[in-house]
Design a protein around this ligand. Structure first.
Ligand code: HEC
Length: 70
């Protein structure tokens, strides 16, 4: 458990910037104009396996848009 938390923190720190960029693009392209997605903070709207802690790009399905390819 201790190692898990440590690992998680590391991932957060190294990925925050990168994630913001990605999500900003998603937001501008899709979420801004969507009636279905209310907020970027509802992770499991798009990350189908967010409840398992899985955020790989092949588990992303965006409502009204579909799979994310870029
Ligand atoms: C509107 C849909 C949407 C929402 C809401 C959303 N995401 Fe994402 N997220 C994406 C897309 C699309 C990507 C890009 C996938 C890629 O390019 O790898 C992504 C990428 C990620 C990645 C990087 C995956 C990787 O390995 O590259 C993580 C981690 C992530 N999101 C976590 C979250 C978390 C945590 C939340 C909630 C606070 C969240 N996301 C909310 C759509 C969304």
């Amino acid at each position: 458990m201790a190692s898990l938390q440590e690992n998680e923190a590391t991932i957060r720190i190294s990925k925050v910037r990168y994630l913001q960029d990605k999500h900003e693009e998603v937001y501008n392209k899709v979420v801004k104009n969507s009636k279905k997605i209310k907020s970027m903070s509802l992770c499991d709207d798009c990350h189908q396996r967010a409840n398992e802690g899985v955020f790989d790009d092949d588990t992303v399905v965006i409502p009204e848009y579909g799979r994310w390819t870029w």
